[in-house]
Design a protein around this ligand. Sequence first.
Ligand SMILES: [Zn+2]
Length: 51
Amino acid sequence: MNEIKCSEKMVFDTKKEAEDSLAVVEYQRGIKLKAYKCKGCKLWHLASSYK
Ligand SMILES: [Zn+2]
């Protein structure tokens, strides 16, 4: 396991903030992402979902 630290990821306070950014990043990078609430820091991150 090489989990990225929360501080090295994009962090959002709310689901709405995460989803707003998600749309932008998906568009810019041409990838699909999903927003999820982190169990570690209790904030929201974006995860790529290209599995
Ligand atoms: Zn986190």
